[in-house]
Write a protein that binds this ligand. Structure first.
Ligand code: ATP
Ligand code: MG
Length: 487
């Protein structure tokens, strides 16, 4: 997506030299200190940036104002500020404040819930919105015991100043703060200049910042794809060098990150970047090994087709589920292992796939903790594949009435697209459904067969909601038709 931020940073050069400096130069956190920005925060006054209150959600504005009126400092932070400056619709709005969690609770009363183990945060309910309000975090090195032997941060519940909070953030473009007191933007790490250049640069020394939190490597890839930004060469070099550190990240967190990576509407591009930086092989080693091979002189394209189809669903506003995504990502290694089992142990196709599926799921969850309600569905999708070859007698009818038929059929279509099975086979099943009066385009049911209430989990989170469209939140009536054109 092309966008320009030139107008909003016009005169940035002057700003960098002349604008009001906020306080003196602060000692940076040791972790970020090695390459801490060599200048003080820059304040960009309201007339010189494009963030308008009209584009901030009502809930976030109310939270900011209530904190301000109670005498606290309050800023809009993170991706919300970055996206507004870029003219994109933010995914969410986060608030940072000098009020401690109990004080935040006092300000918002019953509408506030304190959550989090790693870091105590407040969730504030504002009508239908939940606004995350975090107290400024202190220096990462304030207590070295919080780091593991390899420098990874384990716990981090130290409060600090706004400068310290900013320096703990990952990328300079994520360290821009919108101040509700005077509507200015405070730039703590040359984020404005980097936004203008489309550059992802870590605050501080990339080697240390990745060691503190290797997930930042995945975030770099995600933002590079989402924003269309370049990754700073120094950061890139460290990504390649430190990719293997991801192995030490808890598998539940890697699962959350995988969903953000692959369910953001740019899965294919993200996947290619992950492979480029050798990060994909850490997350999905078995798949990566398969992708390096060719089959009958053709590169293996199944994963790419699957991710393209995920992207089109998301961009069309259709729901997607982790079960299908991970079934796609793991299919190559599963079918190879099944073929090996079938050849070596003279097993039938279905039991061989069953065994291979169970083994691959066990390997997957040890690294990326896909919840069981999804792995059950993945295994069903795989196991049904050989049954598409059985087209005689009553078998096709039985398969049609299988609760997971739709999901398995969608998967078959992908296999045909990737040339793994004949297109004729997929077409046969499409025709059969038409003959039976079934709509082959109907939505699949991905809820696992768990007993009396198979929908209980599904309704909560089985289908990941598509991300918001990349549009501005508010539009004047004149723009409304343009909105229709876009969608
Ligand atoms: P998105 O639009 O995808 O939500 P985001 O930048 O808001 O992007 P979040 O994961 O919502 O990303 O995090 C909010 C902010 O918190 C980030 O902008 C960044 O400043 C900070 N942050 C999040 N994760 C990390 C991390 N692992 N290390 C340092 N800072 C982080
Ligand atoms: Mg965010």
């Amino acid at each position: 997506m092309a966008f320009t931020i030139k107008p909003l940073v016009r005169g940035l050069g002057t700003l960098l030299s002349k604008s009001g400096r906020k306080g003196g130069r602060k000692p940076a956190a040791a972790s970020a200190a090695a390459a801490a920005p060599s200048f003080s925060p820059v304040i960009i006054p309201r007339p010189q940036h494009n963030i308008s209150r009209a584009n901030i959600s009502q809930g976030a504005l109310r939270a900011l104002r209530q904190l301000r009126d109670a005498g606290y400092d309050a800023y809009l932070v993170g991706g919300g500020v970055r996206d507004l400056l870029l003219g994109r619709e933010p995914k969410d709005f986060d608030v940072a404040t000098n009020a401690h969690p109990e004080q935040v609770k006092q300000v918002f009363g019953r509408n506030c819930r304190l959550i989090g183990r790693r870091f105590l945060l407040a969730h504030v309910r504002m009508g239908r919105e939940i606004i995350e309000v975090a107290t400024f975090r202190g220096r990462a090195d304030a207590d070295l015991e919080r780091q593991s032997h390899n420098g990874m941060l384990l716990r981090d519940n130290v409060y600090g100043s706004v400068e310290e909070d900013a320096l703990r953030r990952d990328f300079t473009v994520n360290a821009l703060y919108y101040n509700i007191a005077d509507f200015s933007v405070v730039d703590f790490g040359q984020g404005m200049a980097d936004l203008q250049q489309g550059l992802l640069r870590l605050l501080g020394d990339p080697r240390l910042r990745f060691r503190e939190d290797p997930v930042r490597m995945l975030r770099a890839v995600r933002f590079a794809a989402k924003l269309g930004f370049r990754i700073d060469p120094q950061v890139e070099a460290q990504m390649v060098e430190q990719a293997s550190l991801l192995i030490d990240v808890p598998s539940a967190r890697l699962y959350d990150e995988c969903l953000k990576l692959f369910h953001g509407g740019l899965a294919l591009e993200t996947f290619e970047k992950l492979r480029h930086y050798h990060l994909f092989e850490v997350l999905f080693p078995d798949t990566d090994r398969c992708l390096a091979d060719e089959e009958e002189h053709f590169p293996i394209t199944f994963v790419s087709h699957g991710l393209t189809s995920t992207d089109s669903r998301i961009n069309a506003g259709k729901p997607v589920t982790p079960a299908f995504l991970f079934a796609v990502l793991l299919w190559e290694p599963v079918r190879r292992l099944a073929a090996k089992h079938a050849a070596r142990d003279q097993e039938g196709d279905i039991p061989a796939l069953q065994r291979a599926g169970a083994e691959m799921v066990a390997r997957l969850v040890s690294r990326v903790a896909v919840p069981r309600r999804f792995t059950l569905v993945m295994r069903e999708i795989w196991q049904l594949q050989p049954r598409f070859d059985m087209r005689r007698g009553k078998r096709p009818q039985r398969l049609l009435s299988h609760p997971r038929f739709r999901a398995a059929y969608d998967f078959l279509l992908l296999r045909a697209q990737a040339g793994e099975v004949e297109q004729e086979l997929a077409d046969w099943w499409t025709r059969l459904q038409q003959q039976e009066g079934i709509n082959p385009q109907a939505e699949a049911d991905y809820s696992p067969d768990l007993g009396p209430d198979p929908f209980s989990d599904f309704n909560q989170d089985a289908a990941t909601k598509p991300p918001p469209k990349r549009r501005r939140r508010r539009r004047s009536p004149a723009n409304k038709s343009a909105k229709g054109d876009e969608s």
